[in-house]
Design a protein around this ligand. Structure first.
Ligand code: FMN
Length: 236
């Protein structure tokens, strides 16, 4: 432990940031406590400090709450049940084995936390539909990008989203990023008034997480650093 005040302060900041980063989880059950508009705007302002290639800042965000959120959720459930939206294509088919194993592990942990049997397709569908009501969060976000941009600029959206989630977590607010919204771009665009150039990239639930809900108590495992990083050129 250092006695140098500057180093001590630096170490305290590092621990604080690490603790916020490590405590963020995808939260899927929320308290019925509203979120103030000012707070949402502060979080979005933090998020917008994210880096972007050539500083093009490609993100657009639509924030829904109250009746607007409920109406959008109802329209999305209806669209999902009608089967008219394109099938989700978030992953390639076949999915390489290493990723398939992790996806299956995620599914097993997720549905076990909800007490849903693997064979219970109806319960799984009901849970999937909860994506559209933002898992009961008071605020929903829809994040879009200009469809004329290349995949390169989608990297910027990820950085924006992580900034957003960490800023929220530092304020005691939980989030869940959700690609489930992407296949329903047309419904979302007409509800929130997107321009024809935009495409919905993902959505996000935001609110105060219910820490008693079993679904929020499952930590998803991560690979160890030595398994995904190779250190080159460092002394042994
Ligand atoms: C781009 C992206 C899309 C995601 N889409 C969904 C989604 O549609 N529905 C959902 O419940 N979780 C979704 N998640 C949350 C992941 O399942 C979650 O981040 C992952 O399992 C790791 O768990 P953790 O965030 O709690 O650490 C998404 C996460 C990311 C980054």
């Amino acid at each position: 432990m250092t006695t140098n005040p500057r180093e001590w302060a630096q170490e305290a900041v590092a621990q604080c940031v690490a603790s916020v980063v490590r405590s963020r989880r995808a939260v899927r059950a929320f308290k019925q406590k509203p979120l103030e508009r000012k707070l949402v705007e502060e979080i979005l302002s933090d998020a917008a400090t994210a880096p972007s290639g050539a500083n093009v800042q490609p993100w657009r965000v639509y924030v829904v709450t109250g009746a607007a959120k409920e109406e959008l959720a109802a329209a999305l459930v209806a669209a999902s049940r009608s089967g008219t939206a394109p099938a989700p294509a978030h992953f390639p088919e076949p999915l390489p084995e290493v990723f398939r194993a992790r996806l299956q592990d995620f599914g097993a942990r997720y549905y076990a936390s909800l007490g849903i049997e693997r064979s219970d397709a109806a319960a799984r569908t009901r849970q999937s539909e909860r994506n559209f009501s933002f898992f009961g969060a008071p605020v929903g976000l829809l994040i879009s990008i200009d469809r004329r941009l290349k995949p390169h600029s989608w990297i910027d959206l990820g950085l924006f989203a992580q900034n957003l989630m960490i800023s929220a977590k530092a304020r005691g607010i939980d989030t869940c990023p959700q690609v489930s919204f992407a296949p329903f771009h047309d419904v979302i665009a007409s509800h929130v008034g997107m321009s024809p150039e935009e495409v919905t990239a993902f959505g996000m639930s935001m609110g105060y997480g219910d820490s008693d809900a079993p679904v929020n108590q499952t930590a998803m495992p991560r690979e160890r650093v030595q398994d995904f990083a190779r250190m080159v050129g460092f002394p042994e």
